[in-house]
Ligand binder design. Structure first.
Ligand code: C5P
Length: 187
């Protein structure tokens, strides 16, 4: 979705920076791309860039936790030990951190992948993370969202909502950029 949104925004003349994890996708024309490898790396990059942009769209499925320690050598099996425990620590919440900026805060758009009670959970996230708009994805429906070229979204913002029905991710990206533009201009 991130690549489709970046492409749709660039086609309308926006100056777009795409912060991307390791994916096998071509950078859309006119988009400047920064590659990152970890959630922390994405957080650092986004926090450096955010104040220079008027709109921030967070659609990466960021890992909530990361290993507390990263081994520099192969971790060997130990005789007689049949289990292994890896301590995890929480990653920073990137979209909530951008939404909490006090200076030059961009209009902040988040995503919510849900499997049930989509509106309730999405609205809760909108409020908790102090977002301007949230794009809810029902990932329990086959053939859309993760690992699919198609998607449908339900947008929620403090004073309204709108459904974007099933379509290619390109088309969804285009529709979403239109909705963001309307809401941003109405601010
Ligand atoms: O809380 P949850 O992970 O369901 O929220 C999803 C939204 O939060 C998405 O916009 C996702 O990109 C963003 N997110 C983030 N940083 C994290 C985890 C999620 O920006 N560490």
């Amino acid at each position: 979705m991130g690549f489709a949104i970046a492409e749709a925004a660039a086609k309308r003349g926006a100056k777009v920076t795409l912060v991307s994890g390791p994916v096998n996708l071509n950078t859309p024309d006119g988009v400047s791309r920064i590659n990152v490898e970890s959630a922390q790396n994405m957080y650092d990059t986004v926090m450096d860039e955010a104040a220079n942009h008027t709109i921030f769209v967070a659609c990466a499925a960021v890992a909530d936790f990361r290993p507390a320690e990263v081994a520099s050598q192969k971790m060997k099996k130990k005789d007689g030990k049949d289990d292994m425990h890896i301590e995890l620590v929480k990653n920073p919440d990137i979209v909530a951190s951008v939404a909490a900026m006090t200076d030059d805060r961009p209009f902040t758009v988040g995503f919510a992948a849900e499997t049930q009670d989509v509106e309730q959970y999405a609205r809760r996230k909108l409020e908790k993370k102090n977002l301007d708009l949230i794009c809810a994805n029902d990932v329990s429906v086959q053939g859309q969202g993760f690992n699919s070229d198609q998607n449908s979204l339900h947008l929620f913002w403090p004073k309204g909502d709108k459904a974007i029905p099933l379509a290619s991710k390109q088309e969804i990206g285009d529709r979403l950029v239109s909705e963001i533009h309307t809401l941003y201009c109405g601010n």
